[in-house]
Design a protein around this ligand. Sequence first.
Ligand code: FES
Length: 162
Amino acid sequence: MDNDPEVDKKERLLTRRYFLESIGAGAIGIAAVGSIVLTGEYLAPNVVKEPPTKFKVGSPENYPPESVTLNKEQKVFIVRAKEGYFYALSAVCTHLGCITNWKSEDGIIACPCHGSKFDREGKKITGPAPRPLPRFSLSLDDQKQLVVDKSIMVSDEATLKV
Ligand code: FES
């Protein structure tokens, strides 16, 4: 057994030196990784991801005559009249942009925010909304799927017959 106090002191110094060097190297490594991440975020394009404006809403058979179906994700009503034709109505209230709801018991589209009410064709019945709910382009694609294009507004009379 070697109990030389000088050797013990030397070992303790080496251990302390090694420990401090390790902490220093770790701190430099963390700072380097943080810098790389922040630089990457700075250089990446600052893009807000919006859902596509043109999207499929399924087969016409999914919509019974005289139905109003809200597509919550896209904020669009798919309306099928009792005569069988279709149209796509915006579900965004023209007052301040709240999402409206179909009230089947009353046969109206109602805004929960300030009480605007619309008929199933999107025409205003009452409330502060300044305009009717706009209609979007609705078509059938090659696979006989209904396709809404929110980038194209159509007239209040436009319908799709299938
Ligand atoms: S947002 Fe619909 S009535 Fe105000």
